[in-house]
Design a protein around this ligand. Sequence first.
Ligand code: GLY
Ligand code: MN
Ligand code: MN
Length: 440
Amino acid sequence: MIDFAARRWAYMERIGDGVAILPAAPTFIKTADQEHQYRPDSDLYYLTGFAEPEAVAVLAPHHPDHKFILFVRPRDKTMETWNGRRAGLEGARQRYGADAAYPIDQLDAVLPQYLEGVSAVHYHFGHDKVFNDRVHGWLAAMQRKVRNGITAPHIMVDTQVILHEMRLRKSPDEVALMRRAAEIAAAGHRKAMSTTEPGQREYEVQAELEYVMRKGGAMGPSYGSIVGGGFNATILHYHENSDILNDGDLLLIDAGAEVEYYASDITRTFPVSGTFTAAQREVYEVVLWAQEAALGQCQPGKRFCDVHGAAVRTIVEGLVHLGVLKGHVDDLIAQEAYKPYYMHKTSHWLGMDVHDVGVYKVGGEWRELEPGMVLTVEPGLYFGEDTDSAAARYRGIGIRIEDDVLITHDGYDVLTKDVPKAIDEIEGLMRKRSAAAAMP
Ligand code: GLY
Ligand code: MN
Ligand code: MN
């Protein structure tokens, strides 16, 4: 159970006499009057547990009585009959612990009162341009009234500075949720691996995987599942998931689960037939070695860039070994000669957001890894349709191996270890599939 009140107190202690403004994520129309499934803003949810749209939380530690204020949609019998339950003002106070609650349509009239006499406003200038403009509007209006004795805030602090640093270090409760998200997604990947057959469509595999995740209690996928066979595996953000899976091709699946708004993010690549070809095996082994080398850097005190550096070095050594690159490894790394085949970074933070918050550099230096941080380790190699620089036997091979890694006091813990990634383990799991199919 996440203790949202404890988080708020910890955050308020750090913002001192500042005020934080945390708006709900906007809703998005899908077609006509139908909305995309709503996903609350991670900052707002992290500090309140409040998941409804059209809400704003204000944290005002300097205020004698109202330290936590929620602006929400009021109760409305008709709207709730059509669109679902609302906490309303009473629920905001009783269930979510707000000291004061107002209808959201009073935001412009009421919120600026909480900014009077405050020096700093903590706010994330994100994608919601309309709300950004409202914040500017409140501050500008207050500044116009300074001659009436109003003291307007004069410092804007992005939530990146304090709140995102808190989110970057996961508590044991958060790690437990991330472990669950990882386990559920791992079960989905195992199901995909053990049911894929030549001739299926990519979406059939997607359906198996997402069925297992939802059935296992996930809210759904933590991002659009990527299920790409053959050349589609070489497209990093492939999303159509509609082609036929051919015997002899590889299938790359990049899919994660969301559990209580915490994400997992797993990629596995395996042969549609159940058996790697010689060329696929050669490339796969390089990517697996690169991942092992990168994992070796996942320990407190190592820098974020060390993880990528180890993966890149191994990838380049592998590409030289495969005859794809020629020259000295150090020179090839310096020239970034690997980029046509390995064009993305090895890691990103993982948490409530798949590409989670938290700066990667501190004072101009790549930051040190600390216990409680969670990052992905996801090297890959891609020989796409336009890769005529590599031997023809490698063309159409796209491989990524991605795990979610918790930094611990003495090293790391792979949260997603329940999905096979060694070649013999993958082939072994897929052989059971053939055996099951052959059973009368
Ligand atoms: N699935 C998104 C990523 O791997 O970064
Ligand atoms: Mn990732
Ligand atoms: Mn991924």
